[in-house]
Design a protein. Sequence first.
Length: 233
Amino acid sequence: MSRIALVDDDRNILTSVSMTLEAEGYEVETYNDGQAALDAFNKRLPDMAVLDIKMPRMDGMELLQRLRQKTAMPVIFLTSKDDEIDEVLGLRMGADDYVKKPFSQRLLVERIRALLRRQEAIATGEVATTEDTKVMVRGSLTMDPLRHSVMWKGRDVALTVTEFLLLQALAQRPGFVKSRDQLMDVAYDDQVYVDDRTIDSHIKRLRKKMRTVDDDFSAIETLYGIGYRYNEE
């Protein structure tokens, strides 16, 4: 049973969403501000967190930043319907997805299920029965799907589930272009719609993480209007 943390200062959302998720078989923990959630996470991390952005004491952005210092667990942001800047910033900081308020609880459940399914597939080695389960070496890059580990020039890089899947898809065929639509298919469930900006934000975040271990990282190339390509050294 997966443990999901809901962090929102709206008690109605905490109550209704937790009831829905519990009915789906998930164990749910609720917190009404970021600091309370962080205190609990320091003792025991959940399998996934769903975070509101605007909260008292500690907002969702700061909580995500603290989390990404120690874990790559899936995170979904809840954003106001007009807060496009918050959505992009959240993705760049390492959120895996976002859902706009007011939202369909069924949509949120599908997004949660898709991310947990991908996380489990990577962790158990059930990503595929062929090349996707093998350790992949592409120049300075080493990826181990069974351990969800990434190394660049011998140094570990912590990636979220979505970032890992995008990098894996690009690096599997160096020199070949992947369109944004193809990358969406890799990273998201068929029932989940995301736009081009979401993929672009994940790629920017991925590059930033790689550059924390190598300032000169440039293996992921943008082909404007087409997509992205991994260039092996």
